[in-house]
Design a protein around this ligand. Sequence first.
Ligand code: F6P
Length: 330
Amino acid sequence: MGTTKGKKYKKIAVLTSGGDAPGMNACIRAVTRGAMDRGAEVLGIKRGYTGLFTKNFIELNSRTVANTIQRGGTILESSRCEEMRTPEGRKIAAGILQDLGVDGLVVIGGNGSYRGAAALSKETKTRVVGIPGTIDNDIYGTDYTVGFDTAINTALEAIDRIRDTADAFERVFFIEVMGRKSGFIALEVGIAGGAEEILIPEIHIEPEQLAMTLKQSFDKGKRSSIVVIAEGNESGHTIQIAQYIQYRLNLDCRVCVLGHLQRGGTPTARDRVLGSRLGTAAVEGLFNGKNGHAVGEVGGEIVFTSLIESAENTKSLDVLSLDAKRVLSL
Ligand code: F6P
């Protein structure tokens, strides 16, 4: 039995919820090994919160999580669960955990998963700690989320390839990236990929303004242009924007939606290390009495933020780097 400053844990449970992200397996592995090191049993809940209701569990131990750190996706699988959105559902979930003898739950996921975890910890006796796992990097209380680094490197590789063909045909490519309502992925890959323009939800750019930027680029002698568009941008649908530019500037335009390929693949070293660090810290926090908190890394330091605060606040984007991009893409 694991003991700490007053809190004793016999069994902890872990789940991954919402959009899967590369590096989640590193988290699961670290949570499992960290808890076992403290003498606690570990229960893996499959398919996110849904697995709680369907009683889909697996026993985790140091051996079952071996050889997983390099794998994309999540060995626990994931889902988005409607039942967890209601107090009645959360009461049932807490009852199931109690019957299983689980006295601490680690939730690895994004904002939606945090909301469910926060409510579960507030309304019931379940002790919960969250770990930020999403490619979107949109979680308040951590500089980076697990999965973001892999996603941007995957998207960047695709953009580099597209640049080759764009240049060969003197085309404008509109590359749509994920990120839900935030522009972290778009901004980072846009700068790293030398995009001529980046459209993010945080800043509104009129299609005509974009047309002028692209015209100037071609007037300066550029052979091709890349426009990175965040899926949640406010300027319009990617296809409509591309059609507008094609018509307005009489340029050969193509659209490429990177979609879910950004979510898969082998996690980068950074995501493996971040996942391992946050997984270890989450267990340590739980054993040290943390409840209703999410672990994160800010300025290289491990920090805990309340799950509610984290879910309700918007992490700000460094829009200044968008200005820097204008100079860099001259
Ligand atoms: O939150 C991760 C994410 O990949 C977002 O970037 C995207 O908007 C969403 O999930 C896609 O969700 P789904 O896999 O359900 O289509």
